[in-house]
Design a binder for this molecule. Structure first.
Ligand code: THU
Length: 139
């Protein structure tokens, strides 16, 4: 489990990002924040396009934000939305997260928080069992 103060910081960062979501298609804002091995936090929000399939989820936005800052080693990600129960990452984001986690042989913690403050926590391997990543490639 994460330190409660860090969890609070991640939550505040994700909430702030959620308020900046660009959601003309779904009107469903999502915020996320990743915690890196260096202890830094990078937020992300979903951004949508009227062209189907062009949008980006909050989770991948947060990861890309960290990558731009030279960080790829993630300890945890927290997701927040107005969904009535804590929203966990979609399959594409689970795969995206796994491909970074596999580099460091580390099992990322995934937290999801509801508007009421309820939260759930899973390891990425619980959310994406029997995964496939870059290290599993065979010629
Ligand atoms: N979305 C996320 O950003 N993260 C999730 O975990 C699930 C869904 C976004 C994608 C789209 O912009 C909107 O929520 C509705 O599906």
């Amino acid at each position: 489990m994460l330190d409660p103060q860090i969890l609070n910081d991640l939550s505040a960062s994700a909430r702030h990002a959620m308020d900046r979501a660009h959601v003309p298609v779904s009107s469903f804002p999502v915020g996320a924040a990743v915690l890196t091995a260096k202890g830094n936090i990078y937020p992300g929000c979903n951004t949508e396009s009227i062209i189907a399939g062009l949008g980006v989820c909050a989770e991948r936005s947060a990861i890309d934000h960290a990558v731009v800052h030279g960080e790829r080693h993630f300890k945890a990600i927290l997701i927040i939305s107005n969904h009535h129960f804590p929203l966990l990452p979609c399959g594409a984001c689970r795969q995206y997260l796994h491909e970074f986690a596999q580099i460091y042989d580390e099992d990322l913690m995934v937290y999801a928080v509801s508007p009421e403050g309820d939260h759930v926590c899973y390891s990425l391997s619980q959310l994406l069992p029997h995964s496939f990543g870059p290290k599993d490639k065979r010629p």
